[in-house]
Design a protein around this ligand. Sequence first.
Ligand SMILES: Cc1ncc(COP(=O)(O)O)c(C=O)c1O
Length: 362
Amino acid sequence: MWVADMDFQTVPEVIEAMKKDVERGIFGYQYVPDEYYQAVADWEASEHDFKVKTDWLTFTTGVIPTIGDILRNLTAAGDKVLIQEPNYNSFYQVITNNGRQILNNELDYQDGQYSINWQDFEEKLSDPQTTAMFLCNPHNPSGHIWSKDDLEKIAKLTLKYGVLVISDEIHGDILMPGKQFTPFASLDEKLTGHSISLISPSKTFNLAVLHAATAITPNKNLRDRLETAVATNGHSGPGVLAINGSIAAYTKGHEWLKQLREYVGKNRELLTDFIDKELPNVSLVHGDATYLAWIDVHQVTDDSAKLNEFIREETGLYLAEGTKYKGNGNDFLRINLATNRSRVEDGLNRLKEGIEKFSAEK
Ligand SMILES: Cc1ncc(COP(=O)(O)O)c(C=O)c1O
């Protein structure tokens, strides 16, 4: 229950589409047809009420590879990239491995909720060396959905200081029942000309190894630069299964996703009730999105890596230690809820056993 993928089989029509591709037996170069972009646009319109123009869309072979392309080609060596800790761990590596600096605008944490420290945010944006920011919406690891007001404020301030917004929306489809999120590029066009958003079927439909993602860039000039960057680094050409698999997912996956949201929503309820009743020293950060849950264990330890290791060894339950997400992650564990109910129940019993033993041995 640690890595961010699911134990569920993908949409049956996706498997059918892939089978057809394999049975054709011809594995030459693949191109991106208009039908792919239309499928992505229709998905955004029906799932998120976002009428994205197909011209704004660019196929790429993954979110993190594209972020690397953007950093290498659209920022300069040594530039500062603002990130709001705690945050998705690969963000840190992609910044430093590409020779840029991490600039932390740490999220405030109060009453079990994260929010943005706006004063610090503006101060850090005003540093002339800050040229890009990562927005993680919905937020991994907490599952928080940034409000439209927050997004507009981010858009206005980054525009003011000339900072490129890279909005990672890979978790944007996995919303708890009845919840909605706002794609950054769906804001008023006057506020999005300095943004590149990234979406992908990989989390939504459990298709991580398909290596398919889409960049949304409203500004033509920025889009040309992005497309050059992605092509230069060899991330523009799809693999043989990526196109028809993605089209099938985006055109046939609506009902499947609805059921997934309900199932994961129930798992989240189960976790919430279990923590309330069985783990008095532990609390849960309220999350309206992602199949990940962020468990506050600060009353048990201030070293979640140690606790995580202990739980693994003692009970066989594999969670992610919050420390690797930085910020105040040393007070947290991350659990993946995209699995069968019986496995969640089993995992929760092991969590309880592990925490109780750890506390007794302290
Ligand atoms: C926020 C976020 N971005 C990107 C990724 C990975 O994307 P990709 O496999 O397309 O590089 C993940 C995977 O966990 C993630 O949580």
